[in-house]
Design a protein around this ligand. Structure first.
Ligand SMILES: [Zn+2]
Length: 107
């Protein structure tokens, strides 16, 4: 993902609409790219700030931005762990099936 892709996906990211791979690329890029991180934080502040204005709430949005990024990272790790788990279960199922087939042949 280059800067253009990342900028294009910021709204999707903020709406939690990126899939796992996109989310990973997105976070990897924004971690290392100051420009994109800045653009992301601006869009976040605008989006959240408008919502807050309507509610009459004034929060520490910069803090909230940091927390939102942490959440996104945690979510990505959780999804990856889930993927590894599902993968492991599939391998287990295949081994079980092979074992059963071998047993049927041998017995
Ligand atoms: Zn960038």
């Amino acid at each position: 993902m280059d800067c253009k892709d990342v900028i294009k996906r910021i709204p999707d990211f903020l709406n939690h609409e990126l899939n796992n791979r996109e989310l990973k690329d997105f976070l990897n890029h924004t971690e290392g790219c100051k420009e994109c991180r800045e653009e992301l934080s601006i869009q976040f502040l605008v989006l959240e700030g408008m919502a807050r204005l309507e509610e009459g709430n004034t929060f520490d949005l910069q803090n909230e931005f940091d927390r939102m990024m942490e959440d996104a990272k945690r979510r990505m790790k959780l999804r990856r762990m889930l993927n590894v788990f599902v993968y492991g279960m599939e391998i287990l199922a295949i081994i079980t099936i092979i074992t059963i087939i071998v047993l049927i042949i041998v017995l």
